[in-house]
Ligand binder design. Sequence first.
Ligand code: FAD
Length: 385
Amino acid sequence: MHAADKFQDIRDAVRALCAKFPDEYHRGIDAQRGYPEAFVEALTKAGWLAAMIPQDYGGAGLGLAEASVIMEEINRSGGNSGACHGQMYNMGTLLRHGSPAQKQKYLPKIASGELRLQSMAVTEPTAGTDTTKIKTIAVREGDRYVVNGQKVWISRVQHSDLMILLARTTPLAQVKKKSDGMSIFLVDLREAVGKGMTVRPIANMVNHETNELFFENLEIPAENLIGAEGQGFKYILDGLNAERTLIAAECIGDGYWFVDRVTRYAKDRIVFGRPIGQNQGVQFPIAEAYIEVEAANLMRWKACELFDAREPCGAEANMAKHLAAKASWEAANVCLQYHGGFGFACEYDVERKFRETRLYQVAPISANLILSYVAEHLLGLPRSF
Ligand SMILES: Cc1cc2nc3c(=O)[nH]c(=O)nc-3n(C[C@H](O)[C@H](O)[C@H](O)COP(=O)(O)OP(=O)(O)OC[C@H]3O[C@@H](n4cnc5c(N)ncnc54)[C@H](O)[C@@H]3O)c2cc1C
C-alpha cells in the first residue's frame, strides 16, 4: 500500500527496533500507566533521539525530515512518540540560542544519552494559550535567578534531567510589547526537584506523564539563561515549527496504523456471510480516511523541506499539524467503528491508540488556535485577540 521513499533505510532500521517492542509491550505499559523506559533507552542507544544534534556534538546531524520519519515509524509501529519526542525539538532551542559553552556542556551528553532534555515548561493554569500572560517570574539576584510561580501540563519531567523553562523576567505591565520580557532557562531537574520545585503528576486520559509544577524560590544559576534576557518568547516560537511538524508526522504514523488495522480487520471479519469490508458502507469511510492521511502527508513534507532549507515554514508547519491531527482522528474513529465491539477491547490496541491520537486536537496547540493563525496571518482577516 505504501511506496518506498528516500528514507527507506531509516524506516527499515527504526521498524526493526520497534518490532522488538510489540503491541503487548505498549499495552502493558499503558495498563500500568508506566513509562516505556526500555523502549526509550533502546531508541537512545541506537542514536535515533540524537538525530538532529550536529555531528560536532556527537549526534547524527540529520534534518527535520529524517527526524519526522523516526517519529512517524514509532507511531506506525503501535508505539507512542509522546514518551520521547520532546528531546527532538527542545534540543533545537538550545542549539539555536544557547551559548557555545552551554552547547559544549550539554549537547554531547544529550547525544550520548547520558542526559535527557525531554521537558519544556510553558503552559500555566491561568494563562492557558495566552502565553504572554504567564505569571511565573524569574528575578535576577547576583549570580542567580530566583523563580516563583506555577506551570501545568508539563510532560516527561520525571523522565528527564533537563527542562527548558519560560518565565517572565520583566512584568507584563512594564514591557512595551506583551511578547517582550520573557526569558528561557535550562533547569537542571536533578538539582531543582525538592529544592524550590515541586512536581505533582496529573492523572489523565492518555498514558502521558505530565505534571503540575510549583516554584517557590527556585534558584537557577545565571549562566543557565539561554540567549538574551527578555527574548525567550521568540526563542520558544522558533522551536514550535519543528514541534508541530514532528507531531504531524506522528499523527500520520497513527493514521497509517489505524488504516492498516481496520483494513486487515474488515477483510477478515465475516458477518452476514461476507467480509464486512465488502460493504461499501464500510469501505468508503476507510478509503476516505486513507485519502486524508495521504493528503496531510504532503503538507508534512512541504513543512520539512522548508524547515530544512531554513526557509520560513510557520504556515506549513501549522497546517501540516492541523491536517494530520484531523486525519489521524478520522482514521481512529473509522478504525474503532469497524472493529465493532472489539474496538473497545484493550487487547486490540485500537482504544489505546484512539485515546493517544485524540490529544493532538488540543496539544501542543489546539485546532482553533491554528485556524486563527491561518485566518489572521495568511488570509489577513481582522485580528481576533
Ligand atoms: C497531555 C498533555 C501534555 C502537555 N504537555 C505540555 C508540555 O510538556 N509543556 C507545556 O508547556 N504544555 C503542555 N501541554 C499544554 C498544552 O499545550 C495546552 O493544553 C494547549 O496549548 C491548550 O491550552 P489550554 O489547555 O490552556 O487551553 P485554553 O487556552 O484554556 O483553551 C481551551 C479551549 O478553548 C479554545 N480557545 C481558547 N481561546 C480561544 C479563542 N480566542 N478562539 C477560539 N478558541 C479558543 C482552545 O482552542 C481550546 O480548545 C500539554 C497538554 C496536555 C493535555
